[in-house]
Design a protein around this ligand. Structure first.
Ligand SMILES: [Zn+2]
Length: 476
């Protein structure tokens, strides 16, 4: 606060708050040659000073106070929860004069009303000595700091830590998911002090905490705001403010406009060291073992794997939430993992027939048997099904022929390596190649209507040592 003393002036009046407080400072003025009669003729006048600059002189101190009170009343609804008051840099200095001659007093009053700023009582945060933001009071300041800490700790962790502070007690036993704060510090030097500020600059504790944690801040434009002044308040060039607010004409801002006045990143560095207990997985092993009873290429699950669990106690250090160190103090398994075991077949596929035949189609019924038909021998049987089901090798063997073969259409011949051969004709498609080992049941292709055929069917022949047999002796 500045009090301006004028030579020859007796007292300074300073107005603070809607309820006016009268402060007496300085010396009483006693005119050297004044008589008691002279004293009775003395009248006060008031010199108004704002920000150290002389504004005007008036005769009615109370009228000035009323004008400023009115100014506060008009502004108050916009800032309902703030304590508005006259700028502390405004002062009225009394002088006793014999003759009051103040010809343009109304003008002087109006000038004072226009020039004197209404401010909000506030509590300012300085970071490393630089005033950075304002909240409404110390309680709001404390809440802001608490919110900053809560960004990196739970309310429970914070409360327990604050209770432990200064006491030399053992840390409480942790349950999984819990943590003990070992230290929580803000690297920057923070200090708070009561002061006055432009009412529209006062932030809510949550907004202020977010600004400190992320640099994000917005400002709501109020009546009378000018872009240049705002840029200066937020410590940037007008060009920077313009760049931060594309699409907003800063020359034509209206009250209510939201301006982005963010900083590039966090304004504080929060360092937290915690001891924490967490549940972690113990991954299961995946094992494979040979199974000689399974064919090569086949596999079987022997045991379903399951992950285990453990409790891990660790000392973890973070800076603004980023982990910078992690040291495991203790691990305790609570559930052992179970291996995942798969059996892989090693058996070579059988290529020598067993002498027993299976039905060579996935589906179908016999539509023609072996025997004389239309004056010639029908050498096999016909099995039909309109869906064209899969055709299968009737016994183990090796593919002897596979492909188009005249009236047979697409056909496969399997040599069962024991004197038997089987033929599969009229297939729509063939899935095997010559030389391929085809254990009993191997899919050879699909039933079809290729070659000399009058509908989807399989023509199936069996021969022993080159002599065709009646297939119905082998399958049924
Ligand atoms: Zn046939």
């Amino acid at each position: 606060m500045k009090n301006i003393q004028q030579p020859g002036t007796g007292m300074a009046f300073l107005k603070a708050g809607a309820a006016s407080a009268l402060l007496l400072t300085g010396l009483s003025f006693t005119p050297v040659f004044a008589t008691s009669e002279d004293d009775r003729n003395l009248q006060p006048i008031y010199h108004l000073y704002n920000e150290g600059q002389y504004v005007s002189t008036v005769s009615d101190q109370q009228a000035v106070e009323e004008i400023l009170d009115e100014k506060i009343s008009q502004l108050q609804p916009q800032f309902a929860d703030l304590k508005l008051e006259v700028d502390k840099d405004f002062s009225m200095l009394e002088e006793q004069v014999f003759e009051r001659n103040l010809p343009q007093e109304e003008e002087a009053m109006a000038q004072a009303a226009a020039e004197v700023e209404i401010k909000a009582s506030a509590f300012a945060l300085s970071i490393n000595g630089r005033e950075t933001l304002q909240v409404k009071d110390q309680a709001a300041y404390d809440e802001m700091i608490r919110q900053v800490k809560l960004a990196y700790a739970t309310p429970e962790e914070l409360a327990a830590w604050e209770q432990r502070k200064g006491l030399n007690e053992a840390l409480p036993e942790l349950q999984p998911g819990q943590a003990n704060i070992l230290s929580l510090t803000i690297a920057e030097n923070l200090s708070g002090a009561a002061n006055q500020t432009k009412p529209s600059l006062v932030m809510q504790p949550e907004q202020a905490a977010k600004y400190l944690l992320t640099g994000e801040r917005s400002y709501t434009v109020h009546e009378g705001d000018k872009a240049e002044e705002l840029a200066a308040i937020f410590g940037m060039e007008l060009e920077e403010l313009t760049a931060l607010n594309p699409g907003i004409d800063l020359g034509k801002m209206t009250p209510g406009t939201q301006l982005n006045v963010s900083e590039a990143g966090p304004l504080v560095t929060v360092q937290v060291k915690k001891q924490q207990k967490q549940i972690a997985l113990i991954p299961h092993q995946s094992l494979k073992t040979d199974d000689p009873t399974l064919l090569k290429g086949q596999s079987k699950l022997k045991q379903q794997g399951k992950n285990g669990r453990k409790h891990v106690t660790a000392e973890v250090e973070t800076v603004n939430g980023e982990q910078v160190s992690h040291a495991v103090l203790n691990e305790q398994a609570t559930l052992q993992p179970i291996d995942h075991i798969v059996m892989n077949g090693t058996m070579e596929p059988p290529s020598v027939g067993a002498g027993t035949f299976m039905w060579p189609a996935e589906d179908g019924r016999i539509t023609s048997k072996r025997g004389q038909r239309w004056g010639r021998l029908h050498n096999g049987i016909d099995i039909a099904h309109p869906s064209g089901p899969a055709i299968k090798s009737a016994d183990h063997g090796i593919v002897k022929a596979a492909g188009a073969a005249g009236t047979f259409g697409n056909r496969v011949i399997v040599d069962h390596q024991n004197g038997y051969e089987t033929i599969y004709a009229h297939l729509s498609s063939i899935d095997v190649k010559v030389g391929e080992v085809v254990p009993q049941g191997t899919k050879l292709g699909n039933m079809g209507n290729t070659g000399r055929s009058t509908g989807v069917h399989l023509h199936f022949e069996v021969s022993l040592n080159g002599v065709t047999q009646d297939p119905l002796k082998y399958i049924n």
